[in-house]
Ligand binder design. Structure first.
Ligand SMILES: [Zn+2]
Length: 255
């Protein structure tokens, strides 16, 4: 039995981290006001030029027809939380001197209504185009996690397998998020075959927390916690930028 579990766990993890990308939005049941983030920098933020010269792409996962994961109790949809954290993060990164590219700034997907391919694929291709045409130096894709076991909690950052540049960025983000958010148990970085991580630049997919965990769902529904999440991601980027070693990213993968 133990052997079977040891085999099943990693498989289940992989499924859990991709399933949010496949879940469609449920209609109605949305009772959270997000994306009403102030356009003004919070007063306690001290601007600097620590990230000057860097162009950072922020990809708010899902949007429009694709809601992503859904909060078990509140039915809050992931796409709204992703956008809220992404908009907060944009303010914070700009305050440190970075230029920021957003793949979306509202509740929409980037695909046509009836594309000649899977909608999700066209959506991802268009996100990729914005990032590469904007000559981004690094990419942060913002998501919320979910899992069948409601006890699973905590932020987790993913990178492209065998990509040293992605690993370096992901580890800096994971350390900063663990420190700032103090989850019940610290998670480690993971690898995943996500489209958005294959663009040839240091890239990380940030699962900010689990909408399938009651405590974390409630936390993520609060603006104060989402601000803490955004600041922890900013801290991770600052840590990465201050690091001396900047490994090369794997070349772009055509899909
Ligand atoms: Zn997602």
């Amino acid at each position: 039995m133990k052997k079977l579990l040891a085999y099943l766990w990693p498989t289940a993890w992989l499924l859990a981290t991709v399933c949010c990308a496949l879940t469609l939005a449920l209609s109605g049941a949305r009772n959270l006001q997000v994306a009403a983030v102030s356009v003004n920098l919070p007063e306690d933020i001290v601007p600097s030029q620590a990230l000057a010269g860097l162009t950072i792409a922020i990809d708010a996962g899902h949007g429009g027809y694709d809601g992503g994961a859904v909060g078990r109790k509140s039915r809050t949809v992931e796409k709204d939380l992703n956008l809220d954290v992404a908009l907060r993060l944009r303010l914070l990164l700009r305050a440190q001197g970075a230029s920021v590219i957003m793949t979306r700034e509202g509740d929409y997907s980037l695909c046509d209504d009836h594309p000649p391919m899977r909608k999700k694929l066209q959506d991802m291709q268009r996100r990729a185009l914005l990032i590469t045409e904007g000559r981004a130096d690094l990419l942060l894709s913002i998501h919320m996690n979910e899992y069948a076991n409601a006890r699973q909690a905590g932020p987790q950052v993913f990178f492209r397998e065998d990509c040293p540049a992605g690993r370096a960025l992901a580890e800096s983000l994971q350390a900063a998020m663990n420190e700032a958010l103090q989850p019940p148990r610290n998670r480690q970085v993971g690898t995943g075959d996500y489209y958005i991580l294959t663009l040839g630049i240091p890239s990380a997919l940030v699962e900010c927390g689990f909408l399938s965990n009651a405590r974390e769902e409630e936390l993520l529904r609060g603006a104060t916690y989402r601000e803490r999440v955004a600041r922890s991601i900013r801290n991770g980027v600052l840590g990465w930028a201050a690091g001396e070693e900047k490994p090369e990213a794997l070349p772009r993968q055509q899909r």
